[in-house]
Ligand binder design. Structure first.
Ligand SMILES: *Cc1c(COP(=O)(O)O)cnc(C)c1O
Length: 402
């Protein structure tokens, strides 16, 4: 993708996020076609990048939405994702969220505990509705990724163990208000190894077979998201191998596959663009200070995540430095001990692989306005979220008057 950063910076001011929608299309199509041997639904994990235009673009391609709050469900509905392609996941759904999800008649609720299933049963009875249920199984498999983005071990808060899941399906079968519809499993994010996926899908598929034997027939096998992307030099899982592994594990089972990618779809579609304010040297440590900060892109601070960083000038005199933002935290950095060329105030800096868990994790810390988001479609730039103003920031505050 060749982007005229200078033109975008002149037009929209820095910092900003820019997303290549053609790349989003490419990623979606690649995954969808990998599953072509079966009925499948790619339910985009909205939390990765929940800009309405991003969800809308994916909806037009045929994607569904995997949501982790009723707010995300509403975003999906607002831009035309059909109810029958919307899934609601998450360990802590409130009564109000469950009620709204039932009234909206979405495809299914991914239930993550026995207690939650009881709440769903009570609420659906009150509403006199039948809740379509999918149970999130925690297969106790180590996904071999960063501990903060690992979700498939019993020590993680997600899902229920196999025996509990089986009891919960039986509860569904015996209830007038619960319909066992799907099964769900998501072991972590930024997965780069196929074996843990294969092991966990096998465990889930065996449960589906056990359930079938006791006349509990499910329609959907939701294999979660988590496919990794290249940030630095990671070796990735080939999507065709990924799909084939899942389909092999499902041998003899006639279920529609649901896959919930977030990062894979949008991660490398996005770039965070910031500009150099100053350089300085403390002792013998060189710092480049830019106008973007951890409140805009928190992944380096939160996960010690690597992002490729490029200074957009022609200088060749690379030397070791830290590239940091203006926020009053030592954790406010984009790169540490990396080689970058000398800079001048105003030079643009591109921070790559920022399309997933970038803007969606942004905050107003230090009373900083959240930045603009720009879409590139067939080379044309379109503003899809304007930069916030000071008035936006204080809009919900109530001044205490004595
Ligand atoms: C976060 C999440 C995803 C998406 O994860 P990625 O690593 O972005 O693909 C999918 N499913 C569930 C349940 C999630 O919580």
């Amino acid at each position: 993708m060749s982007i005229n950063f200078k033109k975008l910076a002149d037009k929209y001011q820095t910092p900003f996020y820019v997303y290549d929608f053609n790349h989003i299309t490419k990623q979606y199509e690649e995954l969808k076609s990998s599953f072509r041997a079966r009925k499948s639904l790619i339910a985009y994990a909205v939390k990765a990048n929940s800009n309405l235009s991003v969800i809308k673009h994916l909806a037009e391609l045929g994607a569904g939405a995997d949501c982790v709050s009723i707010g995300e469900v509403k975003r999906a509905l607002k831009v035309g994702v059909p109810t029958y392609k919307i899934i609601f996941s998450g360990v802590g759904k409130s009564d109000e969220e469950i009620k709204e999800a039932l009234l909206l008649d979405i495809l299914m609720i991914n239930v993550e505990s026995a207690a939650e299933l009881n709440r769903v049963e009570i609420i659906s009875k009150e509403l006199n509705k039948v809740a379509r249920i999918s149970i999130r199984v925690n297969p106790n498999i180590d996904p071999k990724t960063h501990p903060y983005i690992s979700t498939g071990l019993h020590e993680n808060k997600f899902g229920v163990d196999i025996d509990t899941a089986k009891r919960m399906y039986i509860q569904c079968k015996n209830s007038e208000y619960l319909e066992p519809t799907g099964i769900h499993c998501h072991i972590g994010s930024q997965l780069t190894e196929l074996d843990p996926i294969k092991e966990s899908i096998n465990i889930v598929a065996n449960l589906v077979r056990n359930l079938k034997a006791i006349k509990i027939e499910l329609s959907f096998m939701d294999v979660g998201g988590g496919l990794g992307i290249v940030y630095k030099d990671e070796k990735l899982i080939n999507t065709y191998d990924y799909a084939q592994t899942i389909l092999d594990s499902m041998f003899g089972l006639d279920l529609t596959v649901i896959c919930e990618p977030g990062r894979f779809i949008v991660g490398n579609s996005g770039i965070f663009v910031t500009k150099v304010l100053y350089e300085k040297i403390n002792g013998n440590k060189r710092f480049i200070i830019v106008d973007g900060a951890m409140n805009d892109l928190i992944r380096p601070a939160l996960y010690d995540a690597y992002h490729k960083i490029e200074v957009l000038n022609d200088n060749k005199d690379f030397s070791d430095c830290n590239i940091v933002g203006p926020v009053c935290e030592s954790g406010d950095f984009f790169g540490k001990n990396i080689e970058l060329p000398s800079t001048q105030s105003g030079d643009l800096v591109a921070i790559y692989s920022a399309g997933a868990y970038g803007f969606t994790m942004a905050s107003n810390y230090n009373t900083r306005e959240r930045v603009a988001e720009i879409a590139l479609i067939d080379g044309e730039d379109r503003l899809i979220r304007r930069r916030e103003s000071f008035e936006d920031l204080i809009a919900h505050e109530i001044e205490f008057i004595k």
